[in-house]
Design a protein around this ligand. Structure first.
Ligand code: NAP
Length: 741
């Protein structure tokens, strides 16, 4: 293979310590520069670097190092930067890229301005978010930056070509590059890095001064050691950092001191409510952050973890259960609760990754939210105009629903915002919401082809529109109705086919009138929402597995409580009843605008049917498990008009047909559906779910009528939509075990 062309001819590192040395070593190892030369104020350190293979050449002076270099990296302690820049200046060739690695950025820009007059086009401040408590070239490690972030803070006049080179250099060292403003960098780092270091130094110093200090350190548990590890960092470097980022650090220390004082008062007053609120809020935030900080897509992250279901054949379904809450309603309960006046209490909240991302985003906009704790969430609404500008981009994980709904809500706020998501969300088109929002007066910038991130400019006055949706989409409709809450006049949306109406129902539940007339829903701006209590209905899509399971397994009698019976979702019940299922609906009532009921299901002899096409959109997510019902029925079941099934999390028609075939069940796949001859024996075998949670759970249900063991691969995503599925299935009669959780 041909050698890659280096990005730079000659890289000069000034200050060959841990960071400069690690960068030099990574650049050499990855052949990103032709020659790497370094100067250090202790020449023997530069020679040591040469001996260790960290650099090609040790320079005896700054002039020797910088002359002829097309890249100069300043890697000295931040307080030494200005004098080093002054020494570099006379030897710097025009066009040479100058960058640094310092932990604070305003100080670097200040030093550049005092030496060069301005942050020129070729000077780009940088900061790798990687390091260790060690220092010096002997600790240099070429892998230090792999899978870490590097922040660049280019100025307005930065040469984009140079920025691209520097970005590629860091990426070549294995890092991910982010850009942000100098001020934002310093604020964020003051909070996430500088304050924790200060607390660690201070805590260890305080404890070392206590009388029993030896015992404290001797008996210190792992938690103390982890928490105070950073107190072993280089004192000189941290002294420099605190002094050079003084203002941002003082702000965050003041904030922390106030909060610490509040905890002190709570302890003194035996105020357990405050303590529990603060601790549970912190716990939830920590869990959310650790997922975000792992930098992984939620779903990809989970599916990297291989989970396999093992099923024994046979069993009967008995019990009285409640399946997890509906995802769409969980999402909306947080959104509207946050915007309402008063405190909204939510029970049965689905603690899935998507709804947790929504919850965190509202916390980032100043809303106090307690929980979730076993499905209970308490939201202290800030009122329709009470959201505050988030400090940074709002990260919405994998949730397309959240991104589309948020775009409507944020388009109308007085502040700017940015919506980002994981890798897979970043590929989804957002033009379908951005375009009609722009027609209302919103200012939204998307990445290429309408993809995230979405940059939303605040302070726009929106005007209501009448929008005819080209494609039926509950997300687009909801987005526009949310923007409509803030718009002048009426906003109405016409849908070409019925879509889920959870937003309209929940707005009514919060006392906001939605005018509905056939295919048109409209709201008038300027109203307010009133807090309410929401008992999130159990998700009918999750209940569907148990409806089919109890129908096909002999001698079953299973009750499902509090199931959402939204008319746009109940197709699975209608279809199963047409097949002869014995489903008794009782205790019908309405919560937060949504109809719910208890369902009792007993075994029945199902028969095959021609599925009415008008039921297809009302049962679209439930077909995988309905195919299992069809395989167990007497006679043939025919599905038509369901092409949409092919573009879900997997091609659900083909993947189900393949899985059934692996278990010895014949089917005929058609372009828009499937024909399943019933009454066939379901054998044992191995099925691939293709990472599709509904396929995995459907084949778990099939085991009730199988004659052999079934193994289902790639089941990690089940936990996203149905936390606790394995335990609930087992407790009601499915002989399931999971491996790899
Ligand atoms: P380090 O290991 O102490 O390296 C700094 C090197 O620069 C030392 O060899 C030092 O020599 C040399 N030096 C000091 N003043 C100099 C001068 N006037 N001219 C030439 N060389 C000079 O420190 P580091 O951890 O690599 O930190 C370097 C920079 O990276 C700092 O700005 C720091 O804020 C930033 N940073 C550090 C970390 C981290 O975790 N360590 C992470 C991200 C960014 P002596 O040994 O003689 O002092």
């Amino acid at each position: 293979m041909a050698e890659p062309t280096p990005i730079f001819q000659r890289m000069a590192v000034i200050g060959l310590g841990l960071i400069g040395g690690s960068m030099a070593a990574a650049v050499r190892q990855n052949r990103l520069a032709g020659t790497v030369v370094a100067f250090d104020r202790r020449y023997e350190d530069a020679l040591l670097g040469q001996e260790l293979g960290v650099i090609d050449e040790a320079a005896a002076s700054i002039a020797d190092a910088v002359t002829g270099a097309d890249l100069v990296v300043v890697a000295v302690p931040v307080r030494a930067t200005e004098s080093v820049l002054a020494e570099i200046k006379p030897h710097l060739a025009p066009g040479t890229l100058l960058t640094d690695v310092g932990s604070t950025k305003a100080s670097f820009v200040g030093a550049v301005e005092s030496v060069f007059g301005e942050l020129g086009a070729n000077i780009i401040p940088g900061h790798p978010i990687a390091g260790s408590e060690k220092s010096g070239v002997a600790a240099a490690n070429p892998a230090l930056f792999a899978q870490h972030k590097v922040i660049l803070t280019p100025g307005e006049g930065t040469d984009p070509v140079k920025l691209d080179w520097l970005t590629r250099l860091w990426e070549g060292c294995g890092a991910t590059v982010l850009t942000m403003s100098v001020a934002y960098h310093d604020e964020v780092l003051a909070a996430t890095s500088h304050l924790p270091h200060l607390i660690a130094f201070s805590l260890v110093d305080t404890l070392a001064g206590e009388d029993q200090n030896m015992d404290i350190f001797r008996y210190a548990a792992g938690g103390f050691r982890d928490f105070t590890r950073i107190a072993a960092s280089d004192p000189v470097m941290w002294h420099d950092i605190f002094l050079s980022n003084r203002d941002a650090v003082l702000r965050v220390i003041d904030h922390f001191s106030r909060d610490l004082d509040q905890l002190r008062t709570a302890i003194a007053n035996q105020d357990s409510a405050t303590l529990l609120t603060v601790f549970s809020r912190a716990k939830a935030a920590r869990e959310h952050f650790s997922k975000m900080l792992s930098g992984q897509a939620y779903v990809t992250d989970m599916s990297q973890n291989q989970v396999t279901f093992h099923l024994k054949p046979g069993g009967r379904m008995v019990g009285d259960i409640r399946v997890p809450g509906d995802k769409s309603i969980s999402h909306r309960s947080i959104m509207l609760g946050a915007l309402a006046d008063g405190v909204t209490e939510v029970n049965g909240f689905l603690e899935g990754e998507d709804s947790l991302a929504t919850l965190q985003a509202f916390r980032d906009m100043g809303v106090t939210i307690e929980g979730p704790d076993n499905g209970y969430v308490r939201i202290y609404g800030v009122g329709i105009d009470g959201l505050q500008a988030p400090r940074g981009p709002l990260y919405l994980g994998n949730s397309g629903t959240a991104m589309r709904l948020f775009s409507g809500l944020l388009a109308a706020q007085p502040f700017d915002s940015e919506l980002t998501g994981d890798e897979s969300l970043s590929k989804r088109p957002m033009g379908r919401v951005a375009d009609p929002l722009k027609a209302m007066g919103a200012v939204i910038e998307t990445a290429e082809a309408g993809r995230p991130p979405l940059k939303i400019r605040g302070g726009q006055a929106l005007t209501g529109i009448h929008y005819e949706m080209p494609v039926a989409s509950a997300q687009v409709k909801s987005c526009l109705l949310l923007a409509g809450l803030y718009s002048e006049g009426a906003t109405s949306v016409t849908e070409p086919a019925p879509t889920r109406d959870h937003t309209e129902r929940m707005l009514e539940g919060f006392g906001y009138h939605v005018h509905r007339n056939g295919a048109v829903s409209s709201v008038s701006g300027g109203g307010r929402l009133t807090a309410t209590a929401i008992d999130v209905p159990a998700d009918i899509s999750s209940a569907a597995f148990f409806l089919v399971a109890a129908s096909i397994a002999p001698d079953s009698d299973l009750t499902l409580r509090h199931v959402g019976m939204n008319p746009t979702r109940v197709g699975v019940i209608t279809i199963l009843r047409l097949m002869g299922a014995d489903i008794e609906v009782s205790n019908e009532r309405e919560v937060g605008g949504e109809p719910v009921a208890d369902l009792r299901v007993r075994s029945a002899n199902l028969k095959g049917i021609d599925i009415p096409e008008d039921q297809v959109p009302l049962a679209i997510d439930e077909f995988p498990v309905l195919f299992i019902a069809a395989a167990c029925a007497e006679g043939e079941t025919i599905l038509r008009g369901a092409e949409e099934l092919r573009v879900k999390e997997s091609d659900r028609i083909q993947v189900m047909a393949d899985g059934l075939e692996a278990l010895g069940v014949r089917t005929t796949v058609t372009p828009d559906g499937i024909v399943i001859p019933g009454g066939q024996t379901i054998g044992g075998g191995s099925v691939d779910s293709h990472g599709d949670h509904r396929i995995a759970m459907s084949f778990a249900v099939a085991s009730l009528r199988a004659v052999g063991d079934i193994v289902i691969n790639d089941c990690a995503n089940v936990a996203t939509s149905f936390p606790g599925f394995v335990e609930l299935a087992r407790s009601t009669g499915i002989q399931i075990s999971a491996e790899g959780i």
